[in-house]
Design a protein around this ligand. Structure first.
Ligand code: SAH
Ligand code: F3S
Length: 498
Protein backbone atom coordinates (compact mmCIF):
# COMPACT_ATOMS: atom_id res chain seq x y z
CA UNK A 1 0.00 0.00 0.00
CA UNK A 2 1.50 3.39 -0.92
CA UNK A 3 2.26 5.67 1.98
CA UNK A 4 -0.50 8.13 2.70
CA UNK A 5 -0.09 11.14 4.90
CA UNK A 6 -1.96 12.22 7.99
CA UNK A 7 -2.07 15.57 9.76
CA UNK A 8 -3.56 15.19 13.23
CA UNK A 9 -3.96 18.14 15.57
CA UNK A 10 -5.12 17.81 19.14
CA UNK A 11 -6.82 20.46 21.19
CA UNK A 12 -8.15 20.21 24.72
CA UNK A 13 -7.65 17.79 27.57
CA UNK A 14 -5.57 14.72 28.35
CA UNK A 15 -8.42 12.50 27.15
CA UNK A 16 -8.06 14.01 23.69
CA UNK A 17 -4.29 13.51 23.75
CA UNK A 18 -4.90 9.85 24.42
CA UNK A 19 -7.67 9.54 21.83
CA UNK A 20 -5.39 11.09 19.21
CA UNK A 21 -2.61 8.66 20.04
CA UNK A 22 -5.02 5.76 19.56
CA UNK A 23 -6.46 7.08 16.29
CA UNK A 24 -2.94 7.71 14.99
CA UNK A 25 -1.96 4.15 15.89
CA UNK A 26 -4.91 2.74 13.94
CA UNK A 27 -4.11 4.82 10.87
CA UNK A 28 -0.40 4.08 11.08
CA UNK A 29 -1.25 0.38 10.93
CA UNK A 30 -3.00 1.14 7.63
CA UNK A 31 0.09 2.77 6.18
CA UNK A 32 -0.48 6.42 7.10
CA UNK A 33 2.51 8.53 7.98
CA UNK A 34 2.06 11.57 10.22
CA UNK A 35 3.28 14.88 8.81
CA UNK A 36 3.46 18.46 10.13
CA UNK A 37 2.16 20.28 7.07
CA UNK A 38 -1.61 20.45 7.27
CA UNK A 39 -2.09 21.76 3.75
CA UNK A 40 -0.42 18.85 1.95
CA UNK A 41 -1.82 15.91 3.95
CA UNK A 42 -4.12 13.28 2.42
CA UNK A 43 -6.12 13.15 5.63
CA UNK A 44 -6.48 16.04 8.09
CA UNK A 45 -8.06 15.33 11.46
CA UNK A 46 -8.70 17.96 14.12
CA UNK A 47 -9.45 16.48 17.54
CA UNK A 48 -11.59 19.14 19.13
CA UNK A 49 -12.59 20.55 22.51
CA UNK A 50 -15.96 22.11 23.39
CA UNK A 51 -15.39 23.06 27.00
CA UNK A 52 -15.19 26.77 26.19
CA UNK A 53 -16.33 28.73 23.15
CA UNK A 54 -12.77 29.92 22.58
CA UNK A 55 -11.65 26.32 21.90
CA UNK A 56 -14.38 25.89 19.28
CA UNK A 57 -13.47 29.18 17.58
CA UNK A 58 -9.92 27.91 17.23
CA UNK A 59 -11.20 24.80 15.45
CA UNK A 60 -13.27 26.90 13.05
CA UNK A 61 -10.30 29.07 12.17
CA UNK A 62 -8.17 25.96 11.53
CA UNK A 63 -10.89 24.54 9.29
CA UNK A 64 -11.19 27.86 7.48
CA UNK A 65 -7.52 27.66 6.61
CA UNK A 66 -8.17 24.31 4.93
CA UNK A 67 -10.68 25.67 2.41
CA UNK A 68 -8.11 26.62 -0.16
CA UNK A 69 -5.92 23.46 0.10
CA UNK A 70 -9.10 21.40 -0.33
CA UNK A 71 -10.01 23.37 -3.49
CA UNK A 72 -6.63 22.41 -4.89
CA UNK A 73 -6.83 18.80 -3.81
CA UNK A 74 -10.38 17.47 -3.90
CA UNK A 75 -9.20 14.09 -2.60
CA UNK A 76 -8.08 15.56 0.70
CA UNK A 77 -10.20 14.17 3.55
CA UNK A 78 -10.96 16.71 6.29
CA UNK A 79 -12.30 15.37 9.57
CA UNK A 80 -13.52 16.94 12.78
CA UNK A 81 -13.36 14.49 15.65
CA UNK A 82 -13.92 14.70 19.42
CA UNK A 83 -16.25 16.82 21.51
CA UNK A 84 -17.17 19.56 19.05
CA UNK A 85 -18.09 16.91 16.47
CA UNK A 86 -20.48 15.31 18.93
CA UNK A 87 -21.91 18.62 20.11
CA UNK A 88 -22.67 20.34 16.84
CA UNK A 89 -22.31 18.19 13.69
CA UNK A 90 -24.82 20.23 11.66
CA UNK A 91 -23.14 23.48 12.63
CA UNK A 92 -19.77 22.18 11.47
CA UNK A 93 -21.09 21.13 8.04
CA UNK A 94 -23.04 24.36 7.70
CA UNK A 95 -20.15 26.66 8.53
CA UNK A 96 -17.45 24.49 6.94
CA UNK A 97 -19.00 22.66 3.95
CA UNK A 98 -15.59 21.32 2.90
CA UNK A 99 -15.52 19.02 5.95
CA UNK A 100 -15.96 15.34 4.99
CA UNK A 101 -15.93 13.53 8.31
CA UNK A 102 -17.50 14.24 11.70
CA UNK A 103 -16.91 11.72 14.46
CA UNK A 104 -17.78 11.98 18.16
CA UNK A 105 -15.37 10.84 20.88
CA UNK A 106 -17.27 7.60 21.49
CA UNK A 107 -17.00 6.41 17.88
CA UNK A 108 -13.35 6.94 17.06
CA UNK A 109 -12.76 3.28 16.28
CA UNK A 110 -14.86 3.80 13.14
CA UNK A 111 -12.49 6.38 11.66
CA UNK A 112 -10.49 4.05 9.36
CA UNK A 113 -13.71 2.69 7.81
CA UNK A 114 -15.16 6.20 7.50
CA UNK A 115 -12.08 7.49 5.66
CA UNK A 116 -12.22 4.49 3.34
CA UNK A 117 -15.89 5.18 2.62
CA UNK A 118 -15.25 8.86 1.88
CA UNK A 119 -12.37 8.03 -0.45
CA UNK A 120 -14.27 5.34 -2.37
CA UNK A 121 -17.73 6.82 -2.50
CA UNK A 122 -17.02 10.54 -2.31
CA UNK A 123 -19.62 11.22 0.31
CA UNK A 124 -19.60 12.55 3.84
CA UNK A 125 -19.32 10.24 6.82
CA UNK A 126 -20.71 10.91 10.26
CA UNK A 127 -20.63 8.90 13.50
CA UNK A 128 -22.11 10.08 16.79
CA UNK A 129 -23.09 8.33 20.00
CA UNK A 130 -25.86 10.58 21.21
CA UNK A 131 -28.08 7.68 22.12
CA UNK A 132 -25.99 6.47 25.06
CA UNK A 133 -28.42 5.41 27.78
CA UNK A 134 -28.13 6.81 31.28
CA UNK A 135 -30.87 4.61 32.66
CA UNK A 136 -28.52 1.99 34.07
CA UNK A 137 -26.02 2.61 36.89
CA UNK A 138 -22.32 3.27 36.15
CA UNK A 139 -21.50 -0.26 37.30
CA UNK A 140 -24.11 -1.86 35.04
CA UNK A 141 -22.82 0.20 32.15
CA UNK A 142 -19.23 -0.78 32.87
CA UNK A 143 -20.24 -4.38 32.36
CA UNK A 144 -21.78 -3.81 28.97
CA UNK A 145 -19.28 -4.33 26.23
CA UNK A 146 -18.64 -0.96 24.79
CA UNK A 147 -17.78 -0.80 21.12
CA UNK A 148 -15.37 1.98 21.81
CA UNK A 149 -13.26 -0.31 23.99
CA UNK A 150 -11.98 -1.69 20.72
CA UNK A 151 -10.03 1.52 20.32
CA UNK A 152 -8.31 1.25 23.71
CA UNK A 153 -7.65 -2.43 23.14
CA UNK A 154 -5.95 -1.78 19.82
CA UNK A 155 -3.34 0.46 21.41
CA UNK A 156 -0.01 0.08 19.66
CA UNK A 157 2.45 2.90 20.28
CA UNK A 158 4.62 3.89 17.33
CA UNK A 159 8.13 2.45 17.60
CA UNK A 160 9.41 6.02 17.80
CA UNK A 161 6.75 7.22 20.26
CA UNK A 162 7.72 8.52 23.62
CA UNK A 163 6.13 6.06 26.01
CA UNK A 164 8.19 7.04 29.08
CA UNK A 165 5.09 8.75 30.44
CA UNK A 166 1.79 7.47 29.13
CA UNK A 167 -1.86 8.06 29.72
CA UNK A 168 -4.22 5.16 30.30
CA UNK A 169 -7.97 5.65 30.10
CA UNK A 170 -9.79 4.17 33.05
CA UNK A 171 -13.16 5.77 32.54
CA UNK A 172 -15.24 7.44 29.87
CA UNK A 173 -17.93 10.06 30.14
CA UNK A 174 -19.33 11.87 33.15
CA UNK A 175 -22.59 11.67 35.12
CA UNK A 176 -22.19 14.76 37.26
CA UNK A 177 -23.84 17.34 35.04
CA UNK A 178 -22.29 20.42 36.62
CA UNK A 179 -24.57 23.13 35.26
CA UNK A 180 -21.79 24.90 33.30
CA UNK A 181 -20.23 21.85 31.68
CA UNK A 182 -20.68 20.35 28.23
CA UNK A 183 -18.66 17.18 28.87
CA UNK A 184 -21.61 14.92 29.92
CA UNK A 185 -23.25 15.84 26.59
CA UNK A 186 -20.21 15.23 24.42
CA UNK A 187 -18.58 12.29 26.18
CA UNK A 188 -21.76 10.55 27.30
CA UNK A 189 -22.52 8.50 30.37
CA UNK A 190 -19.85 7.46 32.85
CA UNK A 191 -18.44 3.97 32.23
CA UNK A 192 -15.31 2.44 33.76
CA UNK A 193 -13.08 -0.03 31.96
CA UNK A 194 -12.47 -3.50 33.36
CA UNK A 195 -9.45 -3.51 35.73
CA UNK A 196 -7.76 -6.42 33.92
CA UNK A 197 -7.72 -4.44 30.65
CA UNK A 198 -6.17 -1.45 32.38
CA UNK A 199 -3.49 -3.58 34.03
CA UNK A 200 -2.73 -5.33 30.71
CA UNK A 201 -2.32 -1.96 29.04
CA UNK A 202 0.06 -0.80 31.79
CA UNK A 203 2.08 -4.00 31.31
CA UNK A 204 2.26 -3.53 27.54
CA UNK A 205 3.45 0.06 28.03
CA UNK A 206 5.98 -0.95 30.69
CA UNK A 207 7.40 -3.52 28.26
CA UNK A 208 8.07 -0.67 25.86
CA UNK A 209 9.87 1.49 28.40
CA UNK A 210 7.05 3.29 30.16
CA UNK A 211 7.87 4.22 33.75
CA UNK A 212 5.06 6.58 34.61
CA UNK A 213 1.37 6.17 33.84
CA UNK A 214 -1.38 8.69 34.37
CA UNK A 215 -4.82 7.16 34.76
CA UNK A 216 -7.33 9.46 33.12
CA UNK A 217 -11.04 9.95 33.56
CA UNK A 218 -13.35 12.93 34.07
CA UNK A 219 -13.97 11.89 37.69
CA UNK A 220 -11.39 9.12 38.13
CA UNK A 221 -12.06 8.58 41.80
CA UNK A 222 -15.62 7.44 41.03
CA UNK A 223 -14.14 4.52 39.05
CA UNK A 224 -16.12 1.33 39.60
CA UNK A 225 -15.99 -2.00 37.82
CA UNK A 226 -16.04 -5.62 38.85
CA UNK A 227 -13.77 -8.58 39.25
CA UNK A 228 -16.00 -11.64 39.20
CA UNK A 229 -18.66 -10.82 41.79
CA UNK A 230 -16.57 -8.30 43.66
CA UNK A 231 -16.70 -4.57 42.96
CA UNK A 232 -13.33 -2.98 42.20
CA UNK A 233 -13.03 0.68 43.15
CA UNK A 234 -10.38 3.28 42.38
CA UNK A 235 -8.12 2.64 45.40
CA UNK A 236 -7.76 -1.01 44.39
CA UNK A 237 -7.17 -0.09 40.76
CA UNK A 238 -4.31 2.18 41.85
CA UNK A 239 -2.76 -0.69 43.79
CA UNK A 240 -3.07 -3.09 40.88
CA UNK A 241 -1.51 -0.72 38.36
CA UNK A 242 1.29 0.10 40.82
CA UNK A 243 2.11 -3.60 41.09
CA UNK A 244 2.94 -3.86 37.37
CA UNK A 245 6.69 -4.43 37.02
CA UNK A 246 8.51 -1.47 35.50
CA UNK A 247 5.82 1.07 36.37
CA UNK A 248 7.50 3.30 38.91
CA UNK A 249 5.01 6.13 39.09
CA UNK A 250 1.25 6.24 38.95
CA UNK A 251 -0.66 9.51 38.65
CA UNK A 252 -4.34 10.18 38.05
CA UNK A 253 -6.53 13.03 36.77
CA UNK A 254 -9.09 14.40 37.38
CA UNK A 255 -10.59 13.83 40.80
CA UNK A 256 -14.03 14.97 41.83
CA UNK A 257 -14.28 16.39 45.34
CA UNK A 258 -17.91 15.34 45.71
CA UNK A 259 -17.15 11.65 46.16
CA UNK A 260 -13.49 11.34 47.14
CA UNK A 261 -12.97 8.61 49.72
CA UNK A 262 -10.17 8.14 52.28
CA UNK A 263 -9.17 4.70 50.98
CA UNK A 264 -7.56 6.53 48.05
CA UNK A 265 -5.48 8.66 50.46
CA UNK A 266 -4.40 5.46 52.22
CA UNK A 267 -3.12 4.03 48.95
CA UNK A 268 -1.36 7.31 48.14
CA UNK A 269 0.33 7.12 51.53
CA UNK A 270 1.19 3.41 51.51
CA UNK A 271 2.01 2.54 47.90
CA UNK A 272 5.33 4.13 46.90
CA UNK A 273 4.50 4.21 43.18
CA UNK A 274 1.42 6.39 43.66
CA UNK A 275 2.45 10.04 43.33
CA UNK A 276 1.69 12.49 46.12
CA UNK A 277 -0.20 14.86 43.89
CA UNK A 278 -3.90 15.54 43.57
CA UNK A 279 -5.72 17.64 41.00
CA UNK A 280 -8.98 18.47 42.69
CA UNK A 281 -10.99 21.16 40.88
CA UNK A 282 -13.07 23.29 43.25
CA UNK A 283 -14.46 25.84 40.71
CA UNK A 284 -15.46 28.40 43.35
CA UNK A 285 -14.94 29.32 46.99
CA UNK A 286 -18.53 30.44 47.44
CA UNK A 287 -21.29 28.08 48.55
CA UNK A 288 -23.92 30.04 46.64
CA UNK A 289 -21.97 29.63 43.41
CA UNK A 290 -21.17 25.97 44.09
CA UNK A 291 -24.87 25.31 44.61
CA UNK A 292 -25.78 26.96 41.32
CA UNK A 293 -23.04 24.92 39.64
CA UNK A 294 -24.50 21.76 41.26
CA UNK A 295 -21.08 20.66 42.42
CA UNK A 296 -22.49 18.46 45.20
CA UNK A 297 -20.11 19.70 47.91
CA UNK A 298 -19.80 22.80 50.07
CA UNK A 299 -16.71 24.92 50.68
CA UNK A 300 -16.55 23.42 54.18
CA UNK A 301 -16.57 19.88 52.79
CA UNK A 302 -13.90 20.75 50.24
CA UNK A 303 -11.64 22.28 52.90
CA UNK A 304 -12.18 19.25 55.10
CA UNK A 305 -11.11 17.02 52.21
CA UNK A 306 -7.95 19.09 51.68
CA UNK A 307 -7.14 18.79 55.38
CA UNK A 308 -7.59 15.02 55.25
CA UNK A 309 -5.38 14.82 52.14
CA UNK A 310 -2.59 16.59 54.05
CA UNK A 311 -3.13 14.51 57.18
CA UNK A 312 -3.01 11.20 55.33
CA UNK A 313 -0.33 12.03 52.78
CA UNK A 314 2.43 14.23 54.17
CA UNK A 315 4.06 16.36 51.48
CA UNK A 316 1.12 16.01 49.07
CA UNK A 317 0.74 18.83 46.56
CA UNK A 318 -2.66 20.01 45.39
CA UNK A 319 -3.85 21.68 42.23
CA UNK A 320 -7.27 23.06 41.40
CA UNK A 321 -9.50 24.62 38.75
CA UNK A 322 -11.55 27.80 39.15
CA UNK A 323 -14.22 29.34 36.99
CA UNK A 324 -14.52 33.13 37.32
CA UNK A 325 -17.58 35.11 36.32
CA UNK A 326 -20.09 32.28 36.52
CA UNK A 327 -23.70 33.49 36.27
CA UNK A 328 -24.49 35.80 39.17
CA UNK A 329 -20.99 35.72 40.70
CA UNK A 330 -20.62 38.78 42.96
CA UNK A 331 -17.50 40.48 44.34
CA UNK A 332 -18.30 38.75 47.65
CA UNK A 333 -18.30 35.36 45.88
CA UNK A 334 -15.02 36.26 44.21
CA UNK A 335 -13.49 37.23 47.56
CA UNK A 336 -14.54 33.84 48.86
CA UNK A 337 -12.55 32.19 46.04
CA UNK A 338 -9.57 34.33 47.02
CA UNK A 339 -9.86 33.22 50.62
CA UNK A 340 -10.06 29.59 49.59
CA UNK A 341 -6.85 29.97 47.53
CA UNK A 342 -5.09 31.59 50.49
CA UNK A 343 -6.26 28.83 52.79
CA UNK A 344 -5.48 25.86 50.50
CA UNK A 345 -2.08 26.96 49.24
CA UNK A 346 -2.31 24.97 46.00
CA UNK A 347 0.79 24.11 44.00
CA UNK A 348 -0.91 25.62 40.97
CA UNK A 349 -4.37 26.49 39.73
CA UNK A 350 -6.09 26.76 36.36
CA UNK A 351 -8.50 29.67 36.07
CA UNK A 352 -11.13 29.89 33.35
CA UNK A 353 -13.54 32.66 32.44
CA UNK A 354 -17.07 31.28 32.39
CA UNK A 355 -18.15 30.50 28.84
CA UNK A 356 -21.83 29.56 28.35
CA UNK A 357 -22.19 26.21 26.58
CA UNK A 358 -25.28 25.33 24.57
CA UNK A 359 -27.52 22.62 26.10
CA UNK A 360 -26.17 23.04 29.62
CA UNK A 361 -28.53 23.93 32.49
CA UNK A 362 -26.70 27.18 33.21
CA UNK A 363 -27.06 28.29 29.61
CA UNK A 364 -30.75 27.45 29.51
CA UNK A 365 -31.77 28.81 32.90
CA UNK A 366 -29.29 31.48 33.97
CA UNK A 367 -27.97 34.73 32.68
CA UNK A 368 -24.32 35.12 31.71
CA UNK A 369 -24.42 38.46 33.53
CA UNK A 370 -20.80 39.08 34.52
CA UNK A 371 -19.22 41.40 31.91
CA UNK A 372 -16.16 40.06 30.15
CA UNK A 373 -13.96 42.82 31.57
CA UNK A 374 -14.92 41.73 35.08
CA UNK A 375 -14.25 38.08 34.24
CA UNK A 376 -10.85 39.08 32.92
CA UNK A 377 -10.03 41.09 36.04
CA UNK A 378 -11.07 38.26 38.35
CA UNK A 379 -9.10 35.78 36.27
CA UNK A 380 -5.91 37.84 36.55
CA UNK A 381 -6.61 38.49 40.23
CA UNK A 382 -6.76 34.79 41.15
CA UNK A 383 -3.72 33.95 39.05
CA UNK A 384 -1.68 36.75 40.69
CA UNK A 385 -2.71 35.60 44.13
CA UNK A 386 -1.67 32.05 43.30
CA UNK A 387 1.58 33.21 41.74
CA UNK A 388 2.65 34.70 45.06
CA UNK A 389 1.84 31.45 46.84
CA UNK A 390 3.62 29.32 44.23
CA UNK A 391 6.68 31.54 44.36
CA UNK A 392 6.86 31.41 48.15
CA UNK A 393 6.48 27.61 48.29
CA UNK A 394 8.98 27.09 45.48
CA UNK A 395 11.50 29.40 47.17
CA UNK A 396 11.13 27.47 50.41
CA UNK A 397 12.50 24.46 48.51
CA UNK A 398 15.83 26.18 47.75
CA UNK A 399 18.62 24.21 49.38
CA UNK A 400 16.59 20.99 49.44
CA UNK A 401 17.21 17.91 47.32
CA UNK A 402 14.28 16.48 45.37
CA UNK A 403 13.91 13.24 43.44
CA UNK A 404 12.69 13.48 39.89
CA UNK A 405 12.14 11.58 36.67
CA UNK A 406 14.17 13.18 33.88
CA UNK A 407 11.66 13.79 31.09
CA UNK A 408 13.75 15.33 28.34
CA UNK A 409 15.18 18.61 27.15
CA UNK A 410 13.59 21.80 28.43
CA UNK A 411 11.63 23.92 25.98
CA UNK A 412 14.39 26.55 25.92
CA UNK A 413 16.96 23.86 25.15
CA UNK A 414 14.88 22.50 22.29
CA UNK A 415 14.57 25.97 20.81
CA UNK A 416 18.30 26.54 21.17
CA UNK A 417 19.06 23.19 19.53
CA UNK A 418 16.73 24.00 16.66
CA UNK A 419 18.44 27.35 16.13
CA UNK A 420 21.76 25.57 16.14
CA UNK A 421 20.61 23.16 13.46
CA UNK A 422 18.76 25.54 11.19
CA UNK A 423 20.99 28.59 11.36
CA UNK A 424 24.28 27.06 12.38
CA UNK A 425 24.25 29.32 15.43
CA UNK A 426 26.58 28.66 18.30
CA UNK A 427 24.53 28.03 21.39
CA UNK A 428 26.04 27.96 24.82
CA UNK A 429 26.28 24.52 26.41
CA UNK A 430 24.18 25.55 29.36
CA UNK A 431 21.23 26.56 27.24
CA UNK A 432 21.14 23.69 24.81
CA UNK A 433 21.69 21.02 27.44
CA UNK A 434 19.00 22.08 29.89
CA UNK A 435 16.98 19.07 30.92
CA UNK A 436 13.62 19.05 32.60
CA UNK A 437 12.29 16.62 35.16
CA UNK A 438 9.28 16.32 37.40
CA UNK A 439 8.97 15.36 41.03
CA UNK A 440 6.32 12.90 42.22
CA UNK A 441 4.55 15.99 43.56
CA UNK A 442 4.42 17.39 40.00
CA UNK A 443 7.00 20.14 40.48
CA UNK A 444 8.95 20.98 37.35
CA UNK A 445 12.72 21.23 37.71
CA UNK A 446 15.18 22.50 35.08
CA UNK A 447 18.88 21.62 35.34
CA UNK A 448 21.93 21.16 33.11
CA UNK A 449 22.42 17.51 32.14
CA UNK A 450 23.16 15.00 29.42
CA UNK A 451 20.97 13.15 26.95
CA UNK A 452 21.86 9.88 28.69
CA UNK A 453 20.06 11.12 31.81
CA UNK A 454 16.70 11.14 30.04
CA UNK A 455 14.32 8.49 31.32
CA UNK A 456 16.27 7.99 34.58
CA UNK A 457 15.47 9.00 38.13
CA UNK A 458 17.83 11.44 39.83
CA UNK A 459 18.23 13.70 42.83
CA UNK A 460 18.58 17.37 42.07
CA UNK A 461 19.64 20.08 44.51
CA UNK A 462 17.37 23.11 44.21
CA UNK A 463 19.23 26.39 43.83
CA UNK A 464 16.72 28.87 42.44
CA UNK A 465 12.99 29.15 41.98
CA UNK A 466 10.33 31.03 40.08
CA UNK A 467 6.59 30.58 40.55
CA UNK A 468 6.47 27.97 37.79
CA UNK A 469 9.87 26.30 37.76
CA UNK A 470 12.64 25.15 40.07
CA UNK A 471 16.26 25.26 38.95
CA UNK A 472 18.98 23.03 40.30
CA UNK A 473 22.03 20.82 39.91
CA UNK A 474 21.86 17.09 39.34
CA UNK A 475 23.68 14.79 41.75
CA UNK A 476 25.14 12.35 39.22
CA UNK A 477 25.78 9.62 41.77
CA UNK A 478 22.05 9.46 42.47
CA UNK A 479 21.07 8.52 38.90
CA UNK A 480 19.16 5.27 38.78
CA UNK A 481 17.27 3.21 36.21
CA UNK A 482 17.92 2.89 32.50
CA UNK A 483 17.95 5.79 30.10
CA UNK A 484 15.00 5.78 27.74
CA UNK A 485 16.01 6.89 24.26
CA UNK A 486 13.56 8.94 22.31
CA UNK A 487 11.94 11.36 24.71
CA UNK A 488 12.55 14.83 23.57
CA UNK A 489 11.24 17.72 25.56
CA UNK A 490 8.53 17.63 28.14
CA UNK A 491 6.38 14.79 27.06
CA UNK A 492 3.15 15.52 28.86
CA UNK A 493 1.33 18.60 27.71
CA UNK A 494 -0.03 20.98 30.30
CA UNK A 495 -3.32 19.58 31.46
CA UNK A 496 -6.53 21.48 31.03
CA UNK A 497 -5.02 23.38 28.17
CA UNK A 498 -8.38 23.46 26.37
N1 SAH B 1 -13.48 16.55 35.10
C1 SAH B 1 -12.93 17.18 33.97
C2 SAH B 1 -13.36 18.56 33.79
C3 SAH B 1 -13.35 18.87 32.37
S1 SAH B 1 -13.45 20.52 32.03
C4 SAH B 1 -11.44 17.04 33.88
O1 SAH B 1 -10.98 15.97 33.51
O2 SAH B 1 -10.67 17.97 34.11
C5 SAH B 1 -11.94 21.15 32.74
C6 SAH B 1 -12.16 22.43 33.46
O3 SAH B 1 -12.68 23.39 32.57
C7 SAH B 1 -13.18 22.37 34.59
O4 SAH B 1 -12.64 21.91 35.79
C8 SAH B 1 -13.65 23.79 34.69
O5 SAH B 1 -12.86 24.54 35.57
C9 SAH B 1 -13.46 24.32 33.28
N2 SAH B 1 -14.73 24.49 32.59
C10 SAH B 1 -15.65 23.54 32.29
N3 SAH B 1 -16.72 24.09 31.67
C11 SAH B 1 -16.48 25.42 31.57
C12 SAH B 1 -17.20 26.53 31.05
N4 SAH B 1 -18.40 26.38 30.52
N5 SAH B 1 -16.63 27.75 31.11
C13 SAH B 1 -15.40 27.91 31.66
N6 SAH B 1 -14.69 26.92 32.19
C14 SAH B 1 -15.20 25.68 32.15
FE1 F3S C 1 -17.79 18.56 33.74
FE2 F3S C 1 -18.51 18.47 36.24
FE3 F3S C 1 -18.17 16.21 34.88
S1 F3S C 1 -16.94 19.78 35.37
S2 F3S C 1 -16.64 16.70 33.37
S3 F3S C 1 -19.72 17.75 34.54
S4 F3S C 1 -17.56 16.62 37.00
Amino acid sequence: MPNRTLYLETMGCQMNVLDSELVEGRLRALGYEKIDDMTSADVVLINTCSVRDHAEQKVLSRLGALREPKERNKDMVIGVIGCMAERDPEGIFRKMPHVDLVCGPGELNKIPAMIEDIQSNRRRAIALSQSLSRKSTPLERALEYDSVEALDLSRDPAPSANVLQSYIRVQRGCDKFCTFCVVPFTRGAERSRPPAQIVDEARMLADRGCKEVTLVGQTVNSYINRDGDRPVRFAELLERVSAVGGIERVRFVTSYAGDFTDDIFEVMRDVPEVCEYLHLPVQSGSDTVLRRMRRQYTVGEYLDLIDRARDFVPGITLASDFIVGFCGETETDHDASRRLIERCRFKNIFVFKYSPRPATVADKRELDDVPDAVKRRRNIDLLRLQEGISLATNQSLIGQTVELLVEGYSKAALKAQEAEQTRGEEVSWRRSDQLVGRTATDRIVVFPGKETHIGRFADVRIEAATALTLHGTIIEASLRGDAVPGPNGMSLPVLNAG
